[in-house]
Ligand binder design. Structure first.
Ligand SMILES: Nc1ncnc2c1ncn2[C@@H]1O[C@H](COP(=O)(O)OP(=O)(O)OP(=O)(O)O)[C@@H](O)[C@H]1O
Length: 275
């Protein structure tokens, strides 16, 4: 073996420095004590990832847990809107304080830091990824049992940063019947394997529409293949959510916490029982 220069980028030898797993994990704010970090991912935008994140947080909070939501979907932040949060987050020497929803859920999103929430975020990937990392390192989360992370869709820079910087305990994959579900789940699984993070299960949104008059279920976005795909990969289907106009209306009105039917109540129980 040639003499070691400690420059691994130009050296092909295997040594202890190279073989030791490198950790990119970022330290949390000293005032944060977070139990479980759960990332909610999807293959593409609009499948209802933010809805699943918000409803899950509400259901977990209703189980008496301390809950936070980190909105990592920097360029399409929908979490503050679903909770009707329009005030600005505050900060002091300790860090940035999340905004607290009506029922006590702590939320951090770029929209809560912007002067004008309708301004677009025209940042390059690394800047966006840096902002998400700061939501972990600089935000004073306090004591939380669960932090749900609403991830941007896909497998780009930001998801990679989140998985490398945050101590993510598990991933929930949201799909729709229209999604190329086989491919999406395969990609999510591969990413989870690379990051060494377990997939906790799949949630299929827009699964069916249930007629209010006759109660019959209609697969308006096509037949679901979620059960087959899940069993092929040894994964669990945590829930199948209907298309429900009341859900859309509550997100629009910022009243997700007051929605009568929370389709994720049982998923929150399942997650809680996994721990
Ligand atoms: N099951 C449902 N029934 C009715 N409306 C729904 C349902 N799921 C989501 N929606 C509505 O669809 C829209 C998109 O949902 P959401 O913002 O959760 O998607 P997303 O996957 O997070 O999208 P993006 O990644 O682009 O932010 C929202 O207006 C939401 O209220």
């Amino acid at each position: 073996m040639s003499e070691c220069t400690h420059d691994c980028s130009s050296c092909g030898e295997s040594c202890s420095e190279r073989t030791e797993a490198q950790s990119f994990e970022a330290p949390a704010n000293p005032l944060s004590h977070v139990g479980k970090v759960i990332a909610v991912v999807s293959g593409k935008g609009g499948v209802g990832k933010s809805l699943v994140t918000s409803s899950l947080a509400v259901a977990m909070q209703q189980r008496g847990k301390q809950v936070g939501i980190l909105d990592a979907d920097i360029t399409g932040p929908s979490i503050p809107k679903a909770f009707g949060l329009h005030q600005r987050a505050t900060a002091d020497d300790n860090g940035i304080y999340p905004v607290i929803s009506q029922s006590g859920i702590k939320v951090m999103s770029l929209n809560l830091l912007m002067e004008n929430e309708s301004d677009p975020v025209v940042w390059r990937g690394p800047v966006i990824a840096g902002a998400v990392k700061q939501f972990w390192t600089d935000v004073v989360w306090g004591d939380l049992d669960y932090l749900f992370v609403d991830m941007p869709p896909g497998t780009g820079d930001v998801p990679l940063t989140v998985f490398q910087s945050l101590p993510v305990d598990g991933i929930i994959v949201v799909t729709s019947p229209q999604d190329l579900v086989r491919m999406i789940v395969g990609k999510a699984l591969r990413m989870a394997e690379l990051m060494n993070i377990p997939i906790l299960g799949l949630v299929e949104n827009y699964s069916y529409y249930q007629c209010e008059n006759c109660g019959k279920r209609h697969a308006i976005f096509g037949e679901s293949h979620i059960n087959t795909v899940a069993s092929n990969h040894g994964l669990k289907v945590l829930a199948r959510l209907p298309v429900d106009p009341k859900v859309a209306a509550s997100c629009d009105k910022g009243s997700i916490e007051r929605l009568e039917t929370n389709y994720l109540t049982d998923v929150a129980r399942q997650l809680d029982e996994m721990n």
